[in-house]
Design a binder for this molecule. Sequence first.
Ligand code: PEP
Ligand code: MG
Length: 328
Amino acid sequence: RQAHYAAMREVEPVTRDGERITVMMNAGLRDDMPMLNLTGADGIGLFRTEFQFLVSATLPARERQTRLYRDVLDAAGDRPVVFRTVDIGGDKVLPYLRHNDGETEENPAMGWRALRVALERDGLLKAQARALLEAAGGRTLNVMFPMVTEPWEFDAAKAVFDGQLAFLKQQKKLLPEAIRFGAMLEVPALAECLDMLAPRLSFLSIGTNDLTQFLFAADRANPKLAERYDWLSPAILRFLRRVVTTVAPHGTDITVCGEMGGRRLEALALLGLGITRLSITPAAVGPIKELVGKVNLAEIRAAMDSWLAAPPANMRSTLSEWACMHGI
Ligand code: PEP
Ligand code: MG
């Protein structure tokens, strides 16, 4: 397995027509960081900070958070790391963080989770913001907020960071050289307001795991529903195309950080939609870099345009045949 990773590590994800595709990996623990060198990924496109909270018996103290973030940045060196603020609550219940009313939720995935918790219990977000800002002193900090549903939530979360930044400045602490704020697109409602939010974003990251469960009203954790929809369905592909078209004029980077991007045909479809940045599970980095090298971007884009205009009866088999015909 190690040898397999090593063979793919040096592969440059450049398409046949010369486009450099960014292939990053998802992580959540210190122990994931060696995979960055092993896979030769371009960075960490999604660092799930809630993992530290989930493996702790008590709320991780700010100093412990700072240490983790600093270690992660050290391990990444000059490659970017995108820290996602905690996505807890919902089904990721923490014994030390309870609802005000102590009740369980009927629909935790669309319940009191992620930014909804963070904006209400803002002590939690303040501590995390301080930890991230301190850890990234002298470097670039990339932060993204999960489950943004309306633009004001992004502004409110960013304001918490601005407050902590002002405090650190006053304390004459070493500040980050640059701070880039992004939003995750995983709630469909946000897509309708992206034209309003995009000018304020440094980047947008599409979480296709949650996005598709909400788009299809199909619980991502329910195995009975696993066959109910396909990531290659016209509904998803057209939705993503609209997002790309809306955001493009603002020049905002778009990354897909859900599991979809780590699968061969799905990654091919995303390239066809104009998405050139992926963040995927480490095991998929090598195979997807290899796939990129076989693709002619202009060809898959033209093919995708025609499929979206008049979707074939079965997009998966159409795409699969196309890939086969083009030696992919
Ligand atoms: C997603 O929803 O696609 C995502 C990347 O976040 P998570 O899987 O952690 O919910
Ligand atoms: Mg998600």
